[in-house]
Design a protein around this ligand. Structure first.
Ligand code: ADP
Length: 459
């Protein structure tokens, strides 16, 4: 697999690109503003010279005295023999004056509409300023110029240094950037190494939290919280599979003992029939248990899909009550119902809801002694339907209430095992209620009966 660059390398790369861009912009800005200010300074000096020449041209040519002008300008020019570049043209673009320093090579004739420009005289760059004087209806053109070679050499030197020092600065800044990013990301490497050491065998280990108050502290705290949740989930799964195998072992051991006893001695057909009936009842119990375990496992993995459709819960409750009536009758428990007498529609998986109602009614009958009473009620209010199952049975001690919805939890292990419960009914019930967007709650006291209430949103 191709190794990808680390975050440190990527950060440094981006930093170097930005830095290079900034340096280029800064260099170009410095170079052009330097050039611009040189031109501005030279233009200012040329403008002063232009004003003086214009004055002289006006004074002399108004009188038509070209010779005086020439000698005046020559005198002036002698004061700056190398640098005074000056030409005066008449309206026919004939040269009427040219300073001595321009004798070998003159400036090109004036171009209309141009005030300033830079041109090359041989190998020397010159800055030229052009002006017009109108006298007696005739325009005269003045050109003053200054050699720029020294300025441009200075500019070139500046550019040369920029091209050496800017890459050096870039290299230094990138190295520094890399060092800083390595230093900033070093704790991430430590966290990675520590996290690699944690496996299912030492899931209780936690990462050391740096007290830096920054993203790294939040990251380690979040990872630790995640580890906590994984540890709890793994604990739940381990406990669940332990409890499940324990619950399954009991009916299988009972069946095995019965079969072994039956095989050991010759038996009458009547005795064999008894054994088969006992085996049948154990098998039903084991298969119910397996059913419940499978449902919970599918619910946990999200594989259990509800078949939601419009369901009339009034009708669903009627069916469940009819199913539970023989059991209640057998036990001598009176089963009462208070249903609204009209359809109550909700979006639900009808068979799942019936399973939930049956769990509650079955429990109520199971934990209510003979001549007790179980009442089932359905009410609707504020967009929700409430099904309550109330009994006058043995009740649940208050301190046990928070745990009765836990898997495999039974208040009295010995008693309920006899009655056939594995402690999964209420946890399945709660899952069904919550999967429908509803909730389940219980009110009870030891010896004072119990009341379970399921609240479901109405479609
Ligand atoms: P089980 O299959 O053992 O009934 P449940 O999950 O349905 O398991 O119930 C958990 C425990 O809650 C039961 O073992 C019982 O102790 C208690 N319980 C449930 N319903 C009632 C009730 N109506 N009256 C008294 N105790 C109840």
């Amino acid at each position: 697999m191709r190794t990808r660059p680390s975050i440190g390398m990527k950060l440094t790369g981006w930093y170097a690109v930005c830095m290079a861009g900034a340096l280029c912009m800064l260099g170009a800005l410095a170079f052009f503003s330097m050039k611009h200010s040189i031109h501005a300074t030279v233009d200012e000096q040329l403008q002063d010279r232009m004003n003086a020449v214009r004055q002289a041209v006006e004074n002399s040519l108004r009188k038509g005295d070209v010779e005086t002008l020439r000698s005046e300008l020559d005198e002036d020019s002698e004061l700056r023999p190398q640098t005074d570049l000056l030409q005066v043209w008449d309206d026919q673009r004939r040269l009427i004056y040219q300073s001595a320093s321009l004798k070998s090579k003159g400036l090109p004739p004036p171009v209309a509409g141009v005030r300033a420009g830079t041109l090359w005289m041989g190998k020397v760059p010159v800055r030229v300023l052009q002006g017009t004087v109108a006298l007696n209806g005739h325009p005269y053109y003045i050109q003053v110029a200054a050699p720029m070679d020294e300025f441009y050499e200075a500019l070139e030197r500046f550019l040369g240094r920029l091209l050496i020092f800017a890459p050096l600065a870039l290299l230094l800044a990138s190295a520094l950037g890399y060092w800083i990013s390595r230093k900033a990301l070093a704790p991430v490497d430590q966290i990675t190494q520590a996290a690699q050491q944690i496996s299912a065998q030492n899931l209780s280990a936690r990462l050391a939290v740096p007290r830096s108050g920054d993203e790294l502290q939040r990251l380690t705290e979040t990872l630790n919280q995640m580890l906590q949740r994984i540890e709890e989930a793994l604990d739940r799964i381990t406990r669940f599979s332990g409890d499940a195998s324990h619950e399954l072992r009991t009916p299988i051991t009972v069946m095995r003992t019965r079969v072994e006893l039956a095989l050991r001695h010759p038996r009458t057909p009547g005795e064999n029939q008894d054994t088969l009936e006992q085996l049948h009842s154990e098998l039903i119990q084991a298969s119910n248990l397996l059913d419940n375990l499978m449902l919970l496992a599918r619910a946990d993995s999200g594989a259990e899909q509800l078949r939601i459709a419009p369901a009339n819960i009034e009708d669903a409750l009627h069916e469940v009550l009819a199913q539970a009536a023989p059991l209640a009758g057998e036990k001598g428990v009176a089963l009462h119902s208070a249903l609204p007498g009209h359809a109550v529609w909700i979006a639900a998986d009808r068979s799942m809801l019936q399973r939930l109602f049956l769990i509650l009614i079955d429990n109520a009958v199971k934990y209510t002694p003979a001549s007790g009473r179980v009442s089932v009620e359905l009410t609707t209010m504020n967009g929700s339907a409430t099904v309550s199952v109330k009994d006058t049975g043995i009740g649940i001690p208050e301190d046990e209430l928070p745990r009765i919805f836990d898997r495999f939890y039974r208040v009295d292990k010995a008693r309920t095992r006899q009655a056939g419960g594995a402690g999964l009914g209420l946890s399945i019930g709660r899952w069904i209620a919550e999967a429908h967007g509803g909730s389940i709650r219980v009110e009870s006291r030891s010896g004072e009966g119990a009341k379970f209430e399921v609240v479901l949103p109405v479609a």
